[in-house]
Ligand binder design. Structure first.
Ligand SMILES: *[C@@H]1O[C@H](CO)[C@@H](O)[C@H](O)[C@H]1NC(C)=O
Ligand SMILES: *[C@@H]1O[C@H](CO)[C@@H](O)[C@H](O)[C@H]1NC(C)=O
Ligand SMILES: *[C@@H]1O[C@H](CO)[C@@H](O)[C@H](O)[C@H]1NC(C)=O
Ligand SMILES: *[C@@H]1O[C@H](CO)[C@@H](O)[C@H](O)[C@H]1NC(C)=O
Ligand SMILES: *[C@@H]1O[C@H](CO)[C@@H](O)[C@H](O)[C@H]1NC(C)=O
Ligand SMILES: *[C@@H]1O[C@H](CO)[C@@H](O)[C@H](O)[C@H]1NC(C)=O
Ligand SMILES: *[C@@H]1O[C@H](CO)[C@@H](O)[C@H](O)[C@H]1NC(C)=O
Ligand SMILES: *[C@@H]1O[C@H](CO)[C@@H](O)[C@H](O)[C@H]1NC(C)=O
Ligand SMILES: *[C@@H]1O[C@H](CO)[C@@H](O)[C@H](O)[C@H]1NC(C)=O
Ligand SMILES: *[C@@H]1O[C@H](CO)[C@@H](O)[C@H](O)[C@H]1NC(C)=O
Ligand SMILES: *[C@@H]1O[C@H](CO)[C@@H](O)[C@H](O)[C@H]1NC(C)=O
Ligand SMILES: *[C@@H]1O[C@H](CO)[C@@H](O)[C@H](O)[C@H]1NC(C)=O
Length: 411
């Protein structure tokens, strides 16, 4: 026999979307006030004698209460922290589960005022996993990506095993333009650090893509209809959207507030962001003997995003532009590409998908096509043996995640 037939049948296909509502961080939304408040003013400077429970701080940090002049996202309650000059807060997240998971944090970034709603409102999130491994990323507020002034962002915290921990530090960033930087009223505010624990990538029968349905990503805020902005991330191992590299700005949308073609989450490719076209990418080892079909759903988020969408899809050397006219009311249709990989098996085949046009909702917010449910299936339809059986070999179930394997052992 020259072929190994591998119709691996999975006994379970659940568990893709386990998430835990438990709070991993203490006082994640700053609703437990400083220990020793003596005034009721809107801005209270934290001091050694008046610190914020659960967090350490350094530099100028204020405890801020919302008011008529300053509305906070409902998802974070009535209080936030403002990170002023050299202001930083940190807290240690400890994995107290008995397995390894991926951790992702979502948080709200809030400008002091409309005039600060630009990259003068920037925070730097740094992770220290151990003395040798630091990772940091700056998050800037940009305009017109959401209907409100604030934005929700996400950051991958790491793959943490039993009792492993990571120190999360959020610091203010002084604007490069010193004129703006001196504007003390423009320091950033942060709120609602929502940590989600995701199972490690799992591959399921008939799909060579893990997380092709985009169900494994950052946690949503129950009370927010803004989705979560996914910032540029080239490294799939550090992406908040498991297994996918992100270019441009992509919005992670939930089925509670948007039209999501399948499951509870999808991605909306926000067009018109200056740096690069919004989209996702993965590089895979494909078999040159197989014929592959890439299927996905393309639609609109039912957010009054009216216009013509064009999604550029590249698989290896095959390029297709898919177009649709959106009337903004939540339509969706299946798309498909069939191709043979021309890349030698040892070279990874890029699978790239991005939006090439700019669209806006009727209220001026950047928007674009929704992509969901990507399925890559390879089949080798050749005659084997002297009996002339036609067999179909599925590629894409040959690797199991540690998580899946562990669950199988337990079954
Ligand atoms: C609260 O603040 C007062 C006045 O600043 C100080 O004397 C006291 O020690 C503080 N209490 C605590 C628990 O930090
Ligand atoms: C706290 O801030 C001071 C001065 O801004 C700095 O020298 C120090 O390294 C900071 N400490 C930490 C733990 O970040
Ligand atoms: C959501 O908003 C409602 C109404 O403003 C509020 O009562 C509720 O506590 C909020 N829930 C969360 C999880 O923030
Ligand atoms: C914040 O960081 C400092 C210095 O790295 C550390 O000593 C402290 O324990 C951290 N605070 C929390 C709440 O994790
Ligand atoms: C600081 O920013 C605020 C809000 O944008 C603005 O109203 C104010 O004029 C600015 N002040 C200076 C000195 O630039
Ligand atoms: C963010 O913090 C890290 C570590 O403290 C530092 O190396 C990096 O330059 C900072 N980035 C920005 C944009 O301030
Ligand atoms: C963002 O939206 C505001 C209000 O709708 C508008 O005034 C502004 O021109 C927009 N900015 C950009 C960069 O499109
Ligand atoms: C803010 O954006 C402007 C223009 O895009 C850029 O020149 C500037 O360096 C940015 N500032 C920061 C702090 O990133
Ligand atoms: C493709 O098929 C040929 C002929 O059957 C075989 O020699 C080759 O090893 C196959 N390549 C892969 C990557 O399976
Ligand atoms: C992919 O789409 C094609 C064409 O619509 C269809 O024939 C095929 O069954 C689909 N495959 C999967 C796995 O959905
Ligand atoms: C797809 O669209 C892009 C941008 O409009 C264009 O540059 C490219 O030539 C198109 N490719 C194909 C195969 O139609
Ligand atoms: C919007 O498009 C959908 C599907 O293409 C269609 O069923 C619906 O009637 C359209 N609505 C309007 C207002 O044009």
């Amino acid at each position: 026999m020259e072929h190994v037939i591998q119709p691996l049948i999975l006994f379970f296909t659940c568990m893709m979307t386990i998430s835990y509502a438990e709070d991993f961080l203490q006082n994640p939304d700053f609703e437990i006030p400083p220990s020793n408040i003596t005034t009721n003013s809107q801005y209270i400077l934290l001091t050694k004698a008046n610190s914020i429970p659960g967090w350490s701080f350094n530099g100028t940090v204020s405890y801020v209460t919302s008011g008529a002049n300053l509305l906070f996202p409902r998802s974070g309650g009535a209080h936030a922290l403002q990170l002023g000059e050299n202001g930083a807060i940190n807290q240690t997240l400890r994995a107290n589960t008995d397995e390894t998971y991926n951790y992702v944090v979502s948080f709200n970034l809030i400008p002091q005022s409309e005039g600060c709603a630009n990259n003068r409102t920037t925070v730097n999130v740094t992770l220290c996993e151990n003395p040798f491994r630091y990772r940091s990323m700056a998050f800037s507020l940009r305009r017109n990506l959401t209907a409100n002034l604030w934005e929700s962002h996400a950051f991958f915290l790491g793959r943490l095993g039993v009792d492993e921990s990571v120190d999360i530090r959020i610091a203010s960033v002084k604007a490069k333009n010193s004129k703006d930087g001196n504007n003390v009223t423009c320091w950033p505010m942060v709120d609602a650090f929502n940590v989600k624990m995701n199972p490690l990538p799992g591959w399921y029968s008939g799909n060579a893509l893990a997380n092709g349905d985009f169900e494994v990503g950052p946690g949503f805020f129950k009370n927010s209809s803004e989705g979560i902005l996914l910032d540029e991330e080239e490294d799939i191992f550090e992406s908040p959207l498991q297994e996918w590299a992100i270019s441009g700005t992509v919005k992670y949308i939930d089925s509670k507030h948007y039209k999501v073609p399948q499951g509870e989450a999808a991605i909306e490719l926000l067009s018109g962001d200056s740096r690069s076209d919004p989209g996702v990418r993965i590089d895979l080892n494909l078999n040159t003997n197989y014929t592959y079909t890439l299927n996905f759903t393309m639609g609109d988020a039912n957010n009054s995003c009216v216009g013509d969408f064009t999604v550029y899809v590249q698989v290896g050397n095959n390029i297709h532009n898919f177009t649709m006219r959106s009337n903004g009311t939540g339509s969706a249709s299946e798309r498909s590409i069939t191709f043979k990989s021309e890349f030698p098996s040892l070279i990874k085949t890029p699978i790239i998908l991005y939006s090439v046009r700019e669209s806006r909702t009727s209220y001026g917010v950047l928007c674009g096509p929704v992509i969901d449910n990507m399925i890559l299936e390879g089949s080798d339809e050749r005659k084997i043996g002297s009996y002339g059986w036609r067999i179909k070999i599925h590629d894409g179930v040959s690797i199991f995640s540690m998580f899946t394997a562990l669950v199988m052992l337990m079954v």
